[in-house]
Design a protein around this ligand. Structure first.
Ligand SMILES: N[C@@H](CCC(=O)N[C@@H](CS)C(=O)NCC(=O)O)C(=O)O
Length: 223
């Protein structure tokens, strides 16, 4: 039986989403964030030295890192479904977004979150004018333009194809669901990114996503 080490309010949600899409049986081990630091509790470190979520346990193996988990599930249980034909154009997109989600998009979202936090308490009020300037400068010169480039690319992909790797839902759409939620919250879609918004709406209306939410519990993104 697959066990998902699932931290509340986290990107582990997309692993539950894929498991539900694939119709696989799994158990969830729930973890709560530390209310003061918002980090994972020590018990998660006891399960694996990284202490991050998601992680899955299967056949006595512990597998961390969302992309690796998704590729493992598709390879081991996918029965040839959930990913496009290797080498095809759709597969190139599949591979690109599978890596870009955590390799390029997530680090920028985390940086944006961190730089927003240094402008708020508990940073002392008399330091905040400086941290605010630093935060604005880094947002303007690096995070903002880099994120815009990726959001433009996401929008273009979803204009060319209905999903991230062709016109059929695949595992990379579960991977990209958190990235799309992240850019919607941290990057703001406005009316410039209707295809990303439509992708999110489509994801949120899938029965598997709803079931995953019910089983996973609280999911207040990027809190
Ligand atoms: N790239 C990793 C990121 C894992 C990660 O940072 N997870 C966050 C949850 S969104 C976490 O465990 N945070 C708690 C902590 O750092 O203590 C993945 O996609 O699996």
């Amino acid at each position: 039986m697959i066990i998902v080490h699932h931290l509340e309010h986290s990107r582990s949600q997309r692993v539950l989403f894929l498991l539900e899409e694939m119709g696989l049986e799994y158990e969830i081990k729930h973890y709560k964030r530390d209310p003061r630091t918002n980090l994972a509790p020590a018990e998660l470190k006891a399960a694996h030295p990284l202490g991050k979520s998601p992680m899955i346990e299967d056949d006595g193996k512990m597998i961390p890192e969302t992309g690796a988990i998704i590729e493992y599930l598709v390879y081991k249980y996918g029965e040839g479904k959930w990913s496009p034909e290797p080498g095809s154009d759709d597969w190139m997109h599949y591979s690109y977004w599978m890596h870009a989600a955590e390799g390029s998009i997530a680090p920028l979202l985390v940086m944006k979150l961190i730089f927003s936090k240094i402008t708020q308490p508990p940073v002392p009020f008399f330091v905040r004018p400086i941290t605010k300037k630093v935060s604005q400068q880094i947002n303007r010169s690096y995070i903002g333009p880099s994120l815009k480039g990726l959001m433009d690319l996401m929008e273009q992909q979803l204009t060319d194809t209905q999903w991230f790797a062709g016109n059929e839902f695949s595992a990379v759409d579960a991977m990209m669901s958190f990235a799309a939620e992240g850019v919607a919250v941290r990057g703001s879609l406005g009316d410039r990114y209707p295809k990303i918004q439509a992708f999110l709406d489509a994801v949120h209306s899938r029965p598997a996503f709803k079931r995953a939410l019910e089983r996973g519990g609280p999911y207040d993104l990027m809190s």
